[in-house]
Design a protein around this ligand. Structure first.
Ligand code: UT7
Length: 367
């Protein structure tokens, strides 16, 4: 008798975008930036992005996206992994509170920090946990509020980044099913750790006082240098994961790359050999949402019914660290859900019981 190794299968897809839309003109006005709508559109592919309101945190977006993914899957998670660079607080991790607010009980829950590669890293970890039987239904959320760490006066970053959250619910399943993870690839190169960074606020430089200069207090990115790394690393990682899956690039029917910059995505897809009609994403409307970018693009593409379930799909990401990663999977059959941000004081709507088993709540769907 042959035993088939199970893999992780995407059963549910959820997303949450804060309602406030910032156009390129809004960003230019806010920072009195020397830029134009035309420059931003042609050099990055971005026309607008979302910004969380003052009272909305990364956790609030994560709860909404996570709930939507569970509703999409009609299932409840037994582990929660939150990919983010903008946690609600420096301590503790945001994931346990998100799990609590979702009424998941005493499930393991932790944050994963790999900047813009965070979602792909988290899917890789979740897949390994499923394949080894550590959990059966991990909820992977990518959620960010970069509006809190971006310097509005810095045109290298202010024009690019936006807020949002996306999530997938995975479950142990068969490799032949739509949504099955076929192969993963990931890596890092810490020699480039200064290229994308917030200089102060960690143990090396704990000071976060307002006396700090903007350069040290805010997120900074050496755009040009990062551009080259991003193209090279995502191309190499994409080819590596396809080789691992045994798929020729010409057989890939859906490509979603980390939405850093449309030009970067096109360069990667050209080099890998993915035709333009197979490239999907919504960078024009949401900008670069770091760890949320791939699940948001996945949710948007699925909502538009652009890809047949079972289609060979390539996800690839690159981010600070430096980090990168790719996932080869078949396109999921899940119908995505979207949701409004959930304020923290709305947690009572999940009614966790003392045992932590919340009743299943399907009432917040807005898709
Ligand atoms: O998400 C994590 C990973 N992040 C990325 O992968 C992002 C990577 N980097 C980028 O997306 C791009 O490098 C940027 C969007 C940040 C910058 O675009 P670029 O095409 O690399 O511009 P550049 O820095 O090479 O500058 C080209 C020109 C320069 O003018 P001159 O010297 O040619 O006259 C810049 O001063 O564009 C100018 N410029 C701008 N002009 C208007 C640079 N930024 C801007 C701006 N608005 N925001």
């Amino acid at each position: 008798m042959t035993t088939v190794t199970p893999t992780a299968v995407i059963r549910g897809i959820g997303s949450c975008l804060p309602p406030q839309v910032l156009s390129n003109e809004d960003v230019k006005r806010r920072g009195v930036l020397d830029t134009t709508d035309e420059w931003i559109r042609t050099r990055t592919g971005i026309a607008r992005r979302r910004a969380a309101e003052e009272h909305t945190s990364t956790g609030d977006l994560a709860v909404a996206a996570g709930r939507a993914a569970q509703e999409s899957a009609h299932a409840r998670a037994d582990l929660l992994l939150l990919a983010t660079t903008t946690p609600d607080r420096r301590c503790p991790a945001t994931a346990p509170e998100v799990a609590y607010r979702l009424g998941l009980g005493a499930v393991p829950a932790f944050d994963l920090s790999a900047v813009c590669s965070g979602f792909v890293y988290a899917v890789t970890v979740a897949t390994a946990l499923v394949r080894t039987g550590v959990c059966t239904r991990p909820l992977v959320i990518g959620a960010e509020t970069y509006s809190r760490i971006i310097d509005p006066l810095d045109r290298d970053t202010a024009v690019i980044f936006g807020d949002g959250a996306g999530a997938v619910l995975l479950e142990a399943g068969d490799r032949a099913e739509p949504g099955a993870i076929a192969a993963v690839d990931w890596g890092s190169d810490g020699s480039g750790s200064d290229l994308i960074a917030i200089a102060a606020g960690g143990s090396r430089r704990p000071d976060t006082s307002p006396r700090l200069c903007r350069e040290d207090r805010y997120f900074r990115m050496s755009g040009r240098a990062v551009y080259g790394h991003a193209v090279r690393r995502m191309t190499d990682s994409s080819l590596a994961v396809l080789a691992r899956a045994g798929w020729r690039p010409g057989t890939v029917g859906a490509f979603i790359g980390h939405q850093a910059n449309k030009r970067i995505l096109d360069s990667v897809a050209d080099r890998v050999g993915i035709a333009p009609r197979f490239r999907h994403g919504n960078i024009r409307d949401v900008g670069n949402t770091a760890a949320a970018s791939i699940p948001l693009a996945l949710a948007d593409t699925a909502a538009r019914h652009r890809v047949q379930p079972g289609t060979r799909t390539l996800l690839t990401a690159f981010g600070g660290g430096l980090t990168w990663g790719s996932v080869a999977l078949s396109w999921p059959a899940a119908r995505p859900r979207s949701s409004e941000p959930e304020p923290r004081d709305a947690r009572s709507t999940t009614h966790p019981t003392p045992e932590g088993k919340a009743p299943w709540n399907l009432s917040t769907t807005t898709s």
